[in-house]
Write a protein that binds this ligand. Structure first.
Ligand code: ATP
Ligand code: MG
Length: 552
């Protein structure tokens, strides 16, 4: 089903808001906190927000929710912008920052104080926890709740001026300590933090909380539909409370949908950071990581990720999507878009005893797409085939090379194997075979057909390369179920082949170009490490889903 056809509750809501005139133009936003790289879950949020804006002729902002300076950095800010663009989206106008609104947020905090709706509280964190109550017990009023407006103003201005130490006081909203919704029990609006901020430097010794900042940021930007995940549903009454009690220029509304959870995948920046910090992966963009930078380096096409996000739909009930669905979207996309080429991952020498001269063959780049053209492939008497494609003895099911039997070399001749050499341990070191004349693009005249097709590379013209074969990073279908993500790791998720042999055309591969290596799978020229002098390819994905079958 296409995106356009698949309806969801957000589209219905927006359509009715536009039809009813509550909203003139749709404005959404994607609001990452720059404390890590974006992951597959964020891709869902990005596609939801940007696609809705596109569909309804609205706009979508990129806004960094940068209210936790200690954990944030410019590196993440840049990586996130690059990832959003790579996924295929361009935000409206300049990049926005919550930190640009710090003055306005501060003024609005004073506005709440002046209305008697906020107070400075000196309880310690531990005391505050006791006063908060629990799900079954109401909270108790803080002894500081009755401070006068004048005193609150003076203290809050003192907090702003850097007169008090970290943790000594906070600003809280004055709502209801007995509310059944704990979020309404006088939530914290500001904390003292003597932290350097990547955007505002040392200007602010106090920082607003997510709850106080987010809705007001939406209001400043004229966001109409503030779309977030279900864990914020209980925060919505607070979101609305601020909007109601402040002189905001716009009245945004919050809507929640279920997070994207995918099997065999971790979508928590904190846990992904643990993998990076421990060295279990080579970095945030390790091709095994479910980060957008990792999926990119792995060769996943952005269109496949978008299609996957569309396919899983947008609902209000939590569920886990099988990662095989993403992998299948990747295969579908690459089957159409990836040119074919030949690479031998486990080379075995094949000598053709009746080929006196080298020849330049022309091989199609795609079996069903002539527009993709063809390329020259050198054919010589010395070739490499994959060691798995030759056996000295085999039954009928084995459709590859066996002495006395025939196979077709992909895009070239039918050959018949005669004999092989062994080393001291008995391993096959070289195979001897003959081509059957007249079989380039034709069946043998004697009627004895080839059993199958194998791929090959000229030993003289082929180029040595490093090929990194990846498997799933986790063995556990639910690797994020507890904090110990390390125990869920698949110990065999990376296998480096140092001496694969590529057909020479692959040397020209542009970084990030994905190919189908015939009979092996999809492989991408590494974005950073690949060069003509030192070719490096990463395995994107196999041709078929062998994992589900093996682990069923
Ligand atoms: P994490 O738990 O990995 O840190 P987060 O929600 O804290 O994720 P943010 O940077 O705050 O990370 O997220 C930016 C936006 O992406 C938010 O609107 C958030 O709701 C959304 N988002 C994050 N994870 C998912 C997910 N798994 N599915 C859908 N949306 C998500
Ligand atoms: Mg968050």
């Amino acid at each position: 089903m296409s995106t356009e056809a698949r309806s969801n509750f957000l589209k219905t809501q927006i359509q009715s808001d536009l039809d009813g005139g509550q909203v003139e133009q749709l404005v959404t936003r994607f609001p990452p906190e720059p404390n890590g790289f974006l992951h597959l879950g964020h891709a869902k949020s990005i596609t939801v927000n940007f696609e809705l804006a596109r569909r309804f002729g609205g706009r979508c902002h990129l806004r960094f929710d940068d209210t936790n300076p200690e954990k944030e950095s410019q590196v993440f800010i840049e990586a996130i912008q690059e990832d959003v663009r790579w996924l295929g989206y361009q935000w409206d106008g300049e990049v926005r920052y919550a930190s640009s609104y710090f003055q306005q947020l501060y003024d609005w905090a004073l506005c709440l104080i002046d209305q008697g709706l906020a107070y400075v509280c000196d309880l310690t964190a531990e005391e505050a926890r006791e006063y908060r109550g629990s799900l079954t017990q109401p909270g108790k009023d803080s002894p500081f709740r009755s401070r006068s407006v004048a005193e609150n103003r003076e203290l809050f201005e003192g907090m702003r001026a850097g007169q008090f130490s970290e943790g000594s006081r906070v600003l809280r909203a004055k709502i209801d300590m007995a509310s059944p919704n704990i979020n309404l029990r006088d939530p914290i609006l500001y904390r003292i933090r003597m932290a350097h901020h990547h955007q505002t430097g040392g200007q602010w010794p106090i920082y607003p909380t997510y709850d106080f900042a987010h809705g007001q940021e939406d209001a400043i930007e004229g966001v109409t539909h503030s779309i977030c995940t279900l864990e914020f549903e209980d925060h919505r009454p607070l979101y609305d409370w601020f909007i109601e009690h402040l002189p905001v220029p716009h009245r945004p509304r919050q809507f929640e949908f279920a997070r994207l959870n995918t099997s065999y995948t971790v979508t928590s920046k904190r846990k992904l950071k643990a993998l990076v910090d421990s060295g279990a992966v080579a970095g945030w963009d390790d091709p095994r990581m479910p980060t957008l930078a990792g999926l990119r380096r792995r060769g996943y096409p952005p269109a496949a990720i978008r299609h996957f996000c569309e396919e899983v739909g947008t609902s209000r009930s939590d569920s886990t999507v099988d990662v095989a669905m993403l992998e299948s979207a990747v295969r579908n996309e690459l089957n159409d878009s990836a040119p074919r080429a030949m690479a031998v991952l486990n080379p075995l020498r094949l000598t053709l005893t009746n080929v006196p001269e080298a020849e330049q063959l022309s091989v199609a780049n795609h079996p069903n797409n002539e527009a993709m053209g063809s390329r020259p492939v050198p054919f010589t008497s010395e070739l490499f085939i994959d060691a798995a494609d030759f056996r000295e003895e085999a039954n009928k099911k084995y459709k590859r090379l066996v002495p006395g039997k025939r196979v077709r070399l992909r895009g070239a001749y039918v050959i018949e194997a005669d004999r092989c050499d062994h080393d001291a341990s008995g391993a096959v070191t070289r195979v001897y075979a003959r081509i059957i004349e007249g079989t380039l693009g034709a069946d043998p005249e004697d009627g004895i057909k080839a059993r199958g097709v194998i791929h090959w590379v000229s030993a003289e013209a082929g180029v040595r390369a490093e090929v990194r074969c990846y498997d799933r990073l986790f063995n556990d279908p639910n690797p994020g179920k507890n904090d110990d993500v390390m125990s869920a790791l698949n110990p065999d998720s990376l296998r480096v082949i140092g001496d694969a042999v590529l057909e020479p055309s692959l040397v020209e591969a542009a970084p990030e170009q994905v190919y189908q290596f015939e009979r092996e799978g999809y492989f991408v020229a590494d974005r950073f490490d690949h060069s003509a002098e030192r070719p490096v390819f990463n395995m994107t994905i196999g041709l078929r889903d062998t994992w589900s079958a093996a682990n069923a």
